[in-house]
Ligand binder design. Structure first.
Ligand SMILES: CCCCCCCCCCCCCCC/C=C/C(=O)SCCNC(=O)CCNC(=O)[C@H](O)C(C)(C)COP(=O)(O)OP(=O)(O)OC[C@H]1O[C@@H](n2cnc3c(N)ncnc32)[C@H](O)[C@@H]1OP(=O)(O)O
Ligand SMILES: Cc1cc2nc3c(=O)[nH]c(=O)nc-3n(C[C@H](O)[C@H](O)[C@H](O)COP(=O)(O)OP(=O)(O)OC[C@H]3O[C@@H](n4cnc5c(N)ncnc54)[C@H](O)[C@@H]3O)c2cc1C
Length: 670
């Protein structure tokens, strides 16, 4: 066993082998040297302030202890956030992913404040008038009030128009009356709502002057600010243990004719005047869904970040772990030397990069669309919605699959909570469902693609992200296959165009047989989901390749080389995964596929010496990784043993239940 301060010898050797400048890659991932410096500064402040490393692991606590512990740490963390971190970033950047990341040093699971910061505050920013923001925002940012986002109900999550909670305007008292008419109308799932929040945003059907105007957001105080008792007319509680998110106190909420002032309707996009007149302010009906678009955009970043943590853990562990023998009697190899292990892991490194660059690009697109909308131009919103929907769906789904692969790569120890891989998986698995389920969001993108196809058919110019449709439209022939990054990207666009074309053809054929449009659409949805996924993959491949080319223009040769290898690995991996589609929509042959397979295997060999360097370049501090398997020093076995000492079950040599149950049972006669 190595002494405490020593770094595992295999990891030392791996780092010696690394042939590129790790810091350079870190700067690329962070988006520049300045960003790296800023991130490090934020981490120093946040973590030196006392990142609460628990004496007892969170997973060894009971439900109540876990919640209380999470709340205790949330208060410590929020104090650092409001007193120190916001000064560094500026209040306008309070939601920056860099700040969000430091939270992981405090919480293995989730903070009960996450939804306050992640949705309550952004909704006030996005859905309130300037006057309303003046009232709510300072209190929310200073955490004098703590909020949740209660949209989903027991009966409806996806179909927002089907929500049942009502908000009926009473002009006599100038109040809205909130009511939960059925069991299925109870709000369900909102994070932070069960025990922590004293306010929440409630999405409800707005009634005024006898007419329903659809769903609108309201800000509602649900608990007394002093006693924290639920206010009369409010029924609120925790929904119970779940696969992850167990310290987020996800809650339920019902209203019994609960009154709120008129001005608690969030009035940026629509208003109810004192006399009850309904006034629509926004030029687009779906602007009330704005917070969801914002969070979907941020979730691509989340997918990348969480995957980078998982693959850092799995690659470091694979360098330390030795198992089996290649030849009788030979020394046991590092498991990272097995090509099958490299196949599991290197694609995860590349995927984390691909999503990070795509997330940055998407965030930039989001800010441009926001700026346009502030000027009154809403033309680019449908494209943003289509983009954010498919990128959220595919990135969260792929990240969850990759994290699970990282767990497989760590064998039995990956199944330990202390590896952190189960936490990462359950967190990211939820992101595939919340903020819009995978299938549902891909179908939203498909709507956009079908319209874009019809525009291309009518020889109209389509928006930039589907511009390939104009080019592909007339091709009845298969696209010529070329094995180059550009060739693979072009082929993926051909796959997407071919699939969209087929969907349109099938919808039209079904209509010809007498189906109405809705049924024809419904019957084609399996293909529509596949078309939207293909479109999304072509976008990710294109963005990853082009952004990496741009970002490495001035890099040193070895950095250029290793990042080129990784980007190519990603392109070739997906070409192989989708070889059936390539055979269908391009001129690729079986021989070309054999060559791709060979190229893929060669790339694994080339990347192998730099694998540890590549994960080190994510520059994830041990406090943020929180893994017995993945720490920088590679003291895997020592940490697993240390963790055992913290397990409350091991505090006494004989468990009291022995006397209570086991002994009497063993002594009893059959
Ligand atoms: C410490 C620092 C912290 C910093 C914070 C960082 C945080 C980062 C992490 C954040 C984590 C947050 C945790 C979140 C936890 C989870 C929260 C939730 O899940 S909240 C609830 C979310 N719910 C959903 O997402 C529901 C999904 N459903 C929908 O979005 C919609 O109902 C629907 C799009 C599926 C359908 O809506 P509907 O009204 O029925 O529309 P139509 O299908 O009829 O479409 C009509 C038309 O509108 C277009 N459309 C739909 N949505 C939008 C939109 N958002 N924007 C623009 N346009 C939209 C649609 O495409 C149609 O267009 P058309 O032209 O007619 O085809
Ligand atoms: C951990 C977690 C945290 C959450 N936090 C919050 C929160 O803070 N606030 C909040 O308001 N909500 C929250 N939610 C709720 C979340 O937004 C919803 O669960 C999510 O939007 C999915 O909706 P649903 O549960 O109604 O699923 P459903 O819509 O019932 O989906 C079930 C299945 O039906 C399919 N399906 C549904 N509609 C269609 C369709 N039109 N076409 C094809 N297939 C369809 C789906 O693909 C899925 O396979 C949270 C959920 C989770 C898991």
């Amino acid at each position: 066993m190595s002494s405490k301060k020593e770094i595992n010898e295999d990891l030392v050797n791996e780092r010696r082998k690394c042939n590129f400048n790790i810091q350079e890659v870190t700067h690329i991932i962070d988006g520049g040297v300045e960003n790296t410096l800023q991130r490090k500064k934020i981490e120093d402040v946040a973590l030196n302030g006392g990142a609460s490393l628990d004496d007892v692991p969170e997973e060894c606590m009971n439900l109540r202890e876990r919640y209380e512990n999470a709340l205790r740490k949330s208060c410590v963390y929020a104090n650092i956030l409001r007193n120190e971190l916001l000064e560094i970033t500026g209040i306008e950047n309070f939601g920056t992913p860099v700040i969000r990341r430091t939270g992981d040093a405090f919480f293995k699971d989730i903070s009960p404040f996450m939804l306050h910061l992640g949705m309550f505050v952004p909704t006030i920013m996005g859905q309130c008038t300037a006057e309303q923001q003046g009232i709510w925002l300072p209190k929310a940012l200073d955490m004098q009030i703590i909020g949740a986002y209660a949209q989903t109900e027991l009966g409806h999550g996806t179909f927002i128009r089907g929500l049942e909670t009502t908000a009926t305007y009473d002009p006599k008292t100038k109040e809205f009356i909130l009511y939960s008419p059925t069991i299925t109308s109870y709000k369900w799932w909102a994070g932070g709502l069960g025990r922590t929040a004293n306010h929440c945003i409630v999405v409800a059907q707005l009634y005024t002057q006898g007419k329903c105007h659809g769903v609108h957001p309201f800000i509602v105080q649900i608990r007394d600010l002093d006693t924290h008792m639920p206010l009369p007319g409010i029924k609120v509680g925790e929904i119970g243990p779940r696969m992850g998110f167990n310290t987020a106190d996800n809650g339920f909420l019902g209203f019994n004719h609960f009154r709120i002032p008129r001005m608690n309707m969030m009035m940026k996009n629509a208003q109810v005047l004192e006399d009850g007149t309904y006034v629509k302010v926004a030029r687009h009906g779906k602007l009330t869904y704005g917070t969801m678009v914002f969070v979907r955009v941020t979730l691509v970043n989340e997918a990348s970040f969480n995957l980078s943590k998982a693959v850092t853990i799995a690659v470091r562990y694979s360098a330390v772990r030795r198992q089996s023998e290649l030849r009788p009697g030979s020394a046991e190899p590092q498991i990272l030397d097995y090509p099958t292990q490299q196949h599991k892991l290197f694609i995860c490194i590349a995927t984390a990069h691909a999503f990070q660059l795509t997330a940055n690009w998407l965030w930039h697109t989001f800010t441009v669309v926001q700026a346009e909308m502030r000027k009154g131009n809403i033309d680019t919103l449908p494209e943003l919605h289509a983009l954010s929907s498919c990128l959220k769906a595919v990135s969260t789904s792929d990240a969850a699959a990759c994290i699970e692969q990282c767990r497989f790569a760590c064998g039995g120890h990956g199944y330990m909570m202390s590896s952190n891989l189960p936490y990462l998986y359950s967190f990211v698995a939820a992101t595939r469902t919340y903020e819009g389920d995978y299938t549902v969001l891909l179908l939203q993108t498909a709507r956009y693609l079908v319209k874009a196809w019809e525009q291309a058919e009518a020889k109209k110019i389509v928006t930039p992200t589907v511009a390939y449709l104009n080019r592909c439209f007339d091709t009845n022939e298969k696209v010529a296959w070329t094995n180059s990054p550009e060739g693979i990207i072009k082929s993926f666009q051909a796959i997407a165009a071919g699939k969209i074309s087929l969907c349109v053809k099938n919808i039209r054929q079904r209509i010809k047989t007498g189906m109405d449009y809705e049924d024809a659409w419904l019957m084609t949805t399996v293909q529509l989901v596949s078309a939207a996924e293909a479109h999304c993959r072509s976008m990710i491949l294109d963005t990853y390749w082009n952004e990496m080319q741009r970002l490495t223009k001035t890099s040193s040769d070895n950095v250029k080389m290793v990042l080129y290898q990784l980007t190519t690995l990603y392109l070739v991996y997906w070409a192989l995964e989708k070889s059936g589609d390539l055979l269908r929509y391009t001129s690729i042959t079986e021989g070309d596929i054999d060559l791709l397979q060979k190229e893929y295997e060669d790339l694994l060999v080339k990347i192998r010496p730099n694998a540890v360097g590549l994960v080190d370049a994510f520059d994830l501090r041990d406090e943020i990784l929180r893994s017995t398997l993945g720490s920088y020093d590679g003291r895997v076995y020592e940490r697993l043993m240390e963790e055992v000492q913290k397990n409350p079950l091991n505090k006494v040599p004989v468990d009291p239940s022995f006397q209570k149950y086991l002994k009497p049972f063993m002594k009893s006669k059959i």
